[in-house]
Design a protein around this ligand. Sequence first.
Ligand SMILES: *[C@@H]1O[C@H](CO)[C@@H](O)[C@H](O)[C@H]1NC(C)=O
Ligand SMILES: *[C@@H]1O[C@H](CO)[C@@H](O)[C@H](O)[C@H]1NC(C)=O
Ligand SMILES: *[C@@H]1O[C@H](CO)[C@@H](O)[C@H](O)[C@H]1NC(C)=O
Length: 485
Amino acid sequence: MRPGVALLLLSLCVSRTPGLKSRILPGRRGAGGVAAGGRTSSYRTFYFQQQIDHFGFFKNGTFKQRYLVADQHWHKSGGPILFYTGNEGDITWFCNNTGFMWDVAEQLGAMLVFAEHRYYGESLPFGAESFRDAERLNFLSSEQALADYAALVGALKKSRAGAEGSPVIAVGGSYGGMLAAWFRMKYPHVVVGALAASAPIWQFPGMVPCGVFYQIVTEVFSKGGAHCSANVRRSWIAVDRLASTDEGLRWLAAEFGLCSPLSRGDGLKSWLQETWGNLAMVNYPYGADFLQPLPAWPVQVRPLPSLLHPLLSGVAKAAKLYYNYTGQAECLDISQTATGQLGTRGWFYQACTEMVMPMCTDGVQDMFEPEEWDFQAFSDECFHEFGVRPRPDWAETAYGGRDIKSHSNIVFSNGGMDPWTGGGVTSSLSDSLVAIVIPEGAHHLDLRYNSEYDPQNVLIARAREVKYFRKWIEEARAEGREGRG
Ligand SMILES: *[C@@H]1O[C@H](CO)[C@@H](O)[C@H](O)[C@H]1NC(C)=O
Ligand SMILES: *[C@@H]1O[C@H](CO)[C@@H](O)[C@H](O)[C@H]1NC(C)=O
Ligand SMILES: *[C@@H]1O[C@H](CO)[C@@H](O)[C@H](O)[C@H]1NC(C)=O
């Protein structure tokens, strides 16, 4: 287990960087479609010539940042823009999984923009070389990403007739939700408000106890079935016992259908721990294809154990439910916990620099083996991996930690059953820093398409979010009128 590197969301990435032309390149019509529950919406793909380094003047290289636009419902004279602040992965994937924006576009007369985060998807500052060394990775930071978004909004408003006076609302989930909140905090003149869904802006050192994430994972499993968390708790020692002999290792590799033989039990255990964390995140009330294709309430689907080592057979079946629901997986690869790998490298680097999120377990309040948060070990691993060391206090210095009362117009939504809610803002800090908790919700359930299986409380949450959007839009229009008058 790499404490602190639990991914907010795992991502799919494509590394392609076609040649650039003008500053804003028009894209292909219908380049992508979003299909969910029978709904299809189309967006166009564009590329924006973006500064590689916004905070220094020595070099002025640029790269192509990808963004997607859907403006079929946009009211051209001043209709709002909902701007998705892309997180650590392919932006089309977030676009496909943020049905909420598609659902509300028409009623708000809004343009939808999905901006890709630098170093993910196609938005690679140095193409295929982007991850090669610390010098090239140096421009991967949340501050640079926010500056990209601000520059992009400015350019969009200038280049699109009628958009000049459009109020912009930032929307994001998970790390993207943190960016949405920070975007409003740092660039209040650019965005009138933000919806930060399942955004653990307090998952940083000293802000919340390091054990909260895995405590919530345990709670989700406890609620999932009578012996669910107890079985996971018992499984670690069972893995150790089997892993102590060659025969046992072979049995484990075969039972889990692993791609390569096991030499020790540790890798298997940390992979399982991360897998259970991911499973809790995507414990949605209906079948969904997010981190992996899964059935409804996946934590509650109880696999049947076999006779030999029944406990571990059950664990193996549960792992296969997560990795092989579609029956397409020939074998399971314990070096990864979601489809696609490139995005994980970028996120690991971010965790190794400013996104330092301590994680620990104690085996008492959670179902895992005790493991302390060891900053030094983490820092050494980062140095070994990238030649950089993390700055654990930087996020607090840059973004204010728990002291954010001076800001305004941010809705923080959290699923009560999402492991990341432990680092989120779950009670309102002022009239305009509002917390919405969806008790049964998993990881940003509110950002997904409306579904007939949605619990009532997520429908209420979405309606409240739209009410705030309208309020911010009204306020911005009123200020605009005053400004002109
Ligand atoms: C920056 O880029 C512009 C346009 O590509 C170029 O004309 C200019 O010489 C560059 N300046 C520096 C300092 O590199
Ligand atoms: C998003 O959806 C479109 C249309 O269904 C699909 O072509 C595309 O591959 C999806 N992107 C990702 C990353 O899943
Ligand atoms: C995944 O499911 C398919 C179909 O049931 C099966 O043939 C395959 O062996 C499974 N893969 C693993 C790794 O168990």
